[in-house]
Design a binder for this molecule. Structure first.
Ligand SMILES: [Zn+2]
Length: 219
């Protein structure tokens, strides 16, 4: 009987598989390795400096470069306006690249190699430099806290002194002063009869002040 069916595919001679050249670590030659780029950002107040560390990386060399670049970026990468804005992007890029190299199996150096994979070193949060990132976080938090506490109502009980240009300044009540804030009223309302003066805050946000004025009593 004539075989009408094409020969079974498995009976064909096996095609020679085309091996892609194996990716090896740029630093130590080990496998497995993967392509990744770590970024190190240096904030320079007005400018910023970026240094890229391209791979391919084995797991150990990748971790080693990640930890050094990330610690440096956390330490001084935020110093400056543009740097601070782009800081989160650099951090996220590094974390994504870190995740990629972290998935690799332990590196195996090529036979006869004298170059060993790097030691990853201390984790980012065991490097003191990393903690400089807390500085802008604390300053921003302090600024927000002070701003939230700078309401007209919070001025009651504070002492003022009248300056030569008729502006007033807050002073400690233990110092010589010209009056004390006794109440807060709407800008178009009257201060109580006991008030000797009224003060409108010119600096600061009028919307936030809600059109209030401060009533000054003797004190
Ligand atoms: Zn390596």
């Amino acid at each position: 009987m004539t075989d009408l069916f094409p020969p079974n595919l498995s009976e064909r001679p096996a095609a020679t598989p085309m091996h892609a050249p194996q990716v090896t670590c740029r630093y130590c030659g080990s496998t497995p390795a993967t392509d990744a780029v770590f970024q190190q950002q240096t904030g320079m107040v007005i400018m910023r400096q970026m240094r890229a560390y391209p791979g391919p990386f084995c797991r150990n060399c990748g971790l080693s470069v990640f930890r050094a670049a990330m610690s440096h970026t956390l330490g001084v990468g935020w110093l400056g306006l543009i740097s601070l804005l782009l800081f989160p992007i650099t951090v996220i890029q590094n974390l994504l690249a870190r995740r990629k190299v972290g998935k690799l199996a332990a590196p195996v150096p090529p036979a006869g190699s004298t170059v060993m994979p790097a030691l990853p070193g201390r984790p980012v949060f065991l490097r003191p430099l990393s903690y400089l990132i807390l500085l802008p976080v604390l300053l921003l938090g302090l600024g927000a806290w002070m701003s939230a506490n700078d309401t007209p109502e919070n001025q009651v009980g504070k002492c003022i002194t009248v300056l030569a240009d008729d502006n007033v300044d807050f002073v400690s009540c233990s110092q010589r002063h010209d009056g004390v804030i006794i109440s807060v009223v709407d800008r178009d309302a009257s201060c109580p009869a006991s008030a000797i003066a009224e003060v409108e805050r010119m600096s600061g946000d009028l919307n936030r002040d809600g059109g209030k004025k401060l009533c000054v009593g003797e004190g």
